[in-house]
Design a protein around this ligand. Structure first.
Ligand code: BGC
Ligand code: NOJ
Length: 812
């Protein structure tokens, strides 16, 4: 069964059945103010930080699923319905939800009334606009009752869900004209409040949840809506809400817009009050006035559309396959922006209170985002680097609001530093802006410890070589990229976190082959950077270290048919034919083949053949095999997941591209592309019922072959899968790869392809690239011409800003 389809012209996914296999969500807002919105209008908004500045209450994993959102109720005679079907779930005559680029349109129709709501956050605005269009589609006059509804969260989403002895006393609101203000805790340390307005006179309101919903009712049947009569309740403690009541009359064919604004305001300390106890509403009123007519809202919406036109114009593919084009041109790029904005903080699988911005995650997210808005990437990578420790180790996470490292999690994940080299070099390769290397960047957010960004990179590089184990391979610390391979944890207590427990780490010998491969790969980028900067001594020193690592990998990291994964605390092999379970892993085989380690000796080919034989499945490549079937205390969380799930032999989509890229290094374009299409959302659209999560974005994990339901996905949206698949397809399969000295063209495509076209905006100029494949090869550029003139090699040098060039690439 299919629940919707792509509309590429509008860059939308159109959902036609509201009862999707899981809520299918979208994100509104792209800087500062954000909302999550499901296809039935569930979700919430927040300012910058989903934990500390949560505007609306949302109950995760609730019964029913996805309860809480911005709801509009229509009471038409005895019938009560919502444009998005939920929460009343009254059957609609028509339903449609269109998720677009940072906006969502939800339309319901019943008994001759159509209600369409456009939800979006205008650019540079701290508010969500909800434009409701009510139309009488019948032949008779219609008179009905209209209620809005949203429940306020008491700002800190964590304490909001636990500290009820306090929370039930603190709630405060004000109502003035048609605006409901939520001002809990504003009387003391908060300088912010929220508001919910509508651009018409109202016929009543409610601000107290118990009054509106009824203590023993649910959102499905709020008592005020059933009664068709607001109570004009004022919340004092308990649970404040905001509901407007409007009586609507429409002649046949008549339509009317109601514009609701759900916003957030901050005031200066000395400007908080209008009079004693009355909040200063000036800023809120300004925003409300900015969006109080349909025309104004339409202009703001067009600006948002234009913003996305610009972003998505940087890389445009014409491949002849709609699925690939929509993947590359629209949805994958969109998901990359979302992961850049949120890292792993707020989705329908990430509660917004557990994790802020990840160090490794955010650096990797940059890879898929940097071409969209290099200036934002620049600021981000500086923020990230500012949380690094002076010895090169890194806070594993930081809070977006404070930009400070998170002490609860701390550091000790030894892959983290290398990802900073990825973040910074990706930025320079895209932008050509080397000044970032001279920026003074703090350590541990302490300005007095600032050093240049270049030094941060050197210190990152050195962190790996300062932490080598007995096999001359990198010590893993708490974990490398695989957070669940906890080789220094040895946890027996279910109340401990695998990520932060380090019972036995002192003197640990556990080493990671993944960090080893990562070090070689990004170490080479670091060397290249040093050379471009004429730091030749440093380049020579670094080269020696990289060569030594390559040797250590070949000597101590090769298992005969693939690369080992790690050495454990006791020096035993992990990911070896000698093991009974977990004989082979994806990560080390990805990174070592990406770095072509031992390619001359045939190691890469062998390793990737082994991956194909042992890890490849119909739905993607599993992380390890055989899956662990019991808890191995010396390995940690990986062995806690039932076989086939998550890091224990799930198809962890984040690392599939590492194998794709490894395959392109070998020149095996058919295999690389086959792996790509197995997990790319647009290619598996027809298994939506099994797949379950949104068919337009990647999920972190698809259940592996050992799972109960192979092919079922979980944890959609916020995953490094987005950036890595974007990199795999655009930079390695299509082979259009930003480099320090220009744009490298090195495709590795399926042999049956005749070619493809890409329009690429790069460093201020435009390249119309046409790749031709007359001999049906996968890899190997025979000739490149720019505006008819042949160039040497396959690097397009830096060209003139503002110009457009025709580039013909012939393979074979
Ligand atoms: C998950 C990992 C995640 C880690 C840290 C684990 O339970 O399986 O994917 O990175 O927690 O939050
Ligand atoms: C999700 C985490 O966000 C990421 O940091 C980690 O690398 C992967 N899970 C793999 O465990």
């Amino acid at each position: 069964m299919k629940y919707g389809h792509f509309d590429d012209d509008n860059r939308e996914y159109v959902i036609t059945n509201p009862a999707t296999p899981f809520p299918w969500i979208n994100y509104l807002g792209n800087e500062d103010f954000f909302s999550l919105i499901s296809n039935t209008a569930g979700g919430y908004s927040f300012y910058k930080d989903a934990k500390f500045r949560r505007l609306n209450r949302y109950r995760y994993n609730n019964v029913p699923m996805d309860d809480g959102g911005r709801y509009f109720y229509i009471k038409d005679g005895d019938s009560v319905w919502n444009p998005g079907w939920k929460p009343s779930k009254t059957e609609l005559d028509k339903y449609e939800c269109r998720h677009g680029m940072n906006y969502t349109k939800i339309k319901g129709e019943k008994n001759g009334i159509s209600a369409e709501v456009l939800f979006f956050v205008p650019l540079n605005t701290w508010a969500e606009i909800q434009k409701v269009t009510l139309t009488n589609t019948s032949n008779e006059a219609k008179k009905f009752k209209f209620f809005s509804y949203n429940e306020w969260a008491l700002w800190n989403a964590a304490s909001d869900m636990e500290n009820f002895q306090r929370n039930f006393n603190t709630g405060e609101v004000e109502v003035e004209d048609s605006v409901i203000y939520h001002k809990t805790e504003y009387r003391e340390r908060r300088n912010h409040f929220a508001y919910y307005s509508v651009n018409t006179e109202i016929d009543g309101f409610d601000t107290d949840r118990e009054t509106f919903v009824g203590l023993y009712n649910s959102h499905e049947k709020p008592q005020v809506v059933l009664a068709g009569q607001p109570e004009n309740s004022m919340a004092h403690g308990w649970s404040p809400i905001a509901s407007h009541y409007i009586e609507v009359e429409l002649n046949p064919g008549e339509a009317k817009d109601l514009i609701f604004v759900l916003g957030y305001v901050e005031n200066q300390e000395d400007d908080k009050w209008e009079s004693k106890g009355v909040i200063n509403k000036t800023k809120a009123k300004e925003v409300i006035a900015k969006f109080n007519t349909t025309a104004k809202v339409e202009v703001a919406f067009e600006e948002l559309r234009a913003y996305w036109d610009d972003i998505l114009n940087v890389f445009t593919l014409e491949s002849g396959d709609d699925r690939l084009d929509r993947q590359v041109n629209i949805w994958n790029q969109y998901q990359c922006m979302i992961t850049f904005n949120f890292s792993r903080s707020a989705s329908y699988f990430e509660s917004g209170i557990g994790r802020g911005m990840g160090f490794r995650d955010s650096n990797q997210d940059l890879l898929g985002f940097v071409h969209q808005a290099p200036d934002r990437a620049r600021q981000r990578v500086i923020d990230i680097a500012s949380t690094q420790f002076p010895d090169g180790g890194c806070y594993h996470q930081y809070q977006p609001l404070t930009k400070r490292g998170n002490d609860e999690v701390g550091g000790g994940f030894n892959d983290d530093p290398m990802w900073l080299i990825l973040g910074v070099t990706s930025y320079i390769k895209e932008s050509g802006d080397y000044t970032i290397l001279d920026e003074m960047v703090p350590f541990d957010n302490d300005e007095s410890l600032s050093q240049t960004m270049f030094n941060h990179l050197t210190i990152s590089f050195n962190h790996v070589i300062n932490n080598l184990g007995p096999n001359k391979l990198p010590l893993i610390g708490r974990a490398d990229w695989n957070d669940c391979l906890n080789l220094n944890c040895f946890s027996k207590d279910p109340n401990e976190s695998f990520q932060t427990t380090e019972n036995n780490s002192e003197g640990s010998k556990a080493e990671s082959l993944m960090i080893a491969g990562l070090f070689v790969y990004y170490g080479r980028d670091y060397i290249e950077l040093c050379k471009v900067l004429n730091k030749n001594e440093e380049a020579t020193r670094a080269q020696k270290e990289v060569d030594a690592m390559v040797n250590a990998i070949k000597e101590n990291g090769w298992d005969g048919e693939w690369f080992l994964r790690a050495y454990d605390f006791y020096g035993n092999k992990i990911g070896s034919k000698e093991n009974e379970e977990g004989k082979i892993f994806i990560e080390s085989n990805g990174w070592c083949t990406m770095a072509s380690i031992g390619a001359e000796e045939g190691m890469c080919e062998k390793a990737l053949d082994s991956v194909k034989e042992r890890l490849d499945t119909k739905y993607g490549i599993v992380l390890n095999n055989p899956a662990y079937t019991k808890y191995h205390i010396e390995m940690g969380e990986i062995s806690t997941y039932p076989p086939g799930y998550k890091e224990n032999a799930g198809i962890f989509c984040h690392n599939n591209p590492w194998i794709m890229i490894g395959e392109t290094e070998l020149g095996r374009g058919d295999i690389a592309y086959d792996y790509y299409t197995k997990i790319a959302p647009a290619f598996i659209e027809d298994i939506q019922e099994l797949h379950k999560t949104e068919p337009y974005v990647y999920s972190q994990m698809i259940a592996g072959k050992d799972a109960f339901k192979p092919g079922e996905a979980k944890n959609s949206w916020l995953t490094g899968t987005a950036a890595w698949n974007y990199a795999a397809i655009t930079q390695h399969i299509l082979g259009i790869r930003p480099a320090l000295q220009g744009l490298l063209i090195d495709p590795c495509i399926p042999t049956k392809w005749d070619g493809f076209k890409v329009k690429r905006k790069f460093r201020g100029y435009t390249l119309n690239i046409e790749v031709q494949n007359p001999n049906h090869v996968s890899k190997g550029v025979r000739e490149i011409t720019i505006d008819g003139t042949k160039i040497e090699g396959n690097l397009i040098p830096v060209l003139t800003e503002g110009k457009e060039y025709d580039v013909i690439v012939t393979l074979g």
